[in-house]
Design a protein around this ligand. Structure first.
Ligand SMILES: C[S@@+](CC[C@H](N)C(=O)[O-])C[C@H]1O[C@@H](n2cnc3c(N)ncnc32)[C@H](O)[C@@H]1O
Length: 230
């Protein structure tokens, strides 16, 4: 994938057709924190958005959305927010959900950094970080989605007892994440460096990137970090 992806055909019209599924949209997804603060009016009202009070899970960096769509089908009593900064990428799961009519998935076309302007505090039950861009530690540590600045932000958004579930193929990023979760007071559970050791566990939903790395024989790392309210 080149850095500058060509826009899909009829891009604007197709995005507009999915507007009812989009709870937040940056300028082509590139909304920075300053703009988000300036535009802030009110947090998203989940009850209004989903029509119920079911627990809410957020996937950050949903990509093509295979994971969140499968999970939403499996867990109809949960609501799902799928966040992706790239408009061109989010269009794929948007159109898929539009077509299959799933009622428990909505989308945020924003950068993760801007979440506090959209999500109420103490409102999320779970956050999924699936194959987040690892970025080099040197020079980019603060942009990693498990850097402690992000973890402190997630702690505000999570309910007490809420969980962050991370999967990655990048060992350095995984070890860095373990350190950051620990430093921020999360309790780590189910830490594994080789999720697929005995084949794919039947409960595990394989993401698009996961599929790619598993086919190449790379071990997949996974952890569950529980926020105990401190
Ligand atoms: C490596 S892909 C993984 C996609 C998918 N979760 C999977 O496992 O197949 C990472 C995705 O996260 C998105 N992303 C990276 N940093 C982000 C950020 N700060 N805010 C929102 N999305 C981000 C990228 O645009 C990309 O689509």
């Amino acid at each position: 994938m080149s850095m500058r992806m060509r826009k899909k055909r009829n891009f604007e019209a197709r995005m507009e057709a999915c507007e009812d599924l989009l709870l937040a949209q940056g300028t082509n997804g590139i909304l920075n924190m300053k703009e988000a603060v300036e535009n802030f009016r009110a947090w998203i009202d989940f009850e209004k958005a989903f029509g119920n009070n079911n627990p809410v899970a957020l996937e950050i960096g949903c990509g093509k959305g295979g994971f969140v769509r499968a999970l939403a089908k499996q867990q109809p009593k949960w609501n799902f927010l799928a966040l992706e900064k790239m408009s061109n990428v989010i269009l794929t799961p948007l159109e898929a959900v539009k077509a299959d009519g799933a009622k428990n998935i909505k989308f945020l076309n924003i950068r993760a950094e801007c979440l506090p302007c959209y999500i109420p505090e103490n409102s999320l039950d779970c956050i999924y970080l699936n194959f987040s861009t690892p970025l080099p530690k040197l020079g980019y540590a603060t942009q990693r989605l498990t850097h402690r600045n992000f973890l402190e932000m997630y702690k505000k958004l999570l309910k007490k007892g809420g969980k962050i579930i991370q999967k990655t193929d990048d060992r350095d990023f995984f070890e860095f994440s373990i350190e950051e979760f620990t430093a921020c007071g999360f309790a780590l559970e189910e830490v594994t460096f080789n999720l697929h050791e005995n084949g794919n566990p039947e409960w595990n939903i394989v993401t698009e990137y996961e599929q790619k790395w598993v086919e190449r024989g790379l071990p997949i790392h996974r952890l569950v970090a529980v926020f105990n309210g401190a």
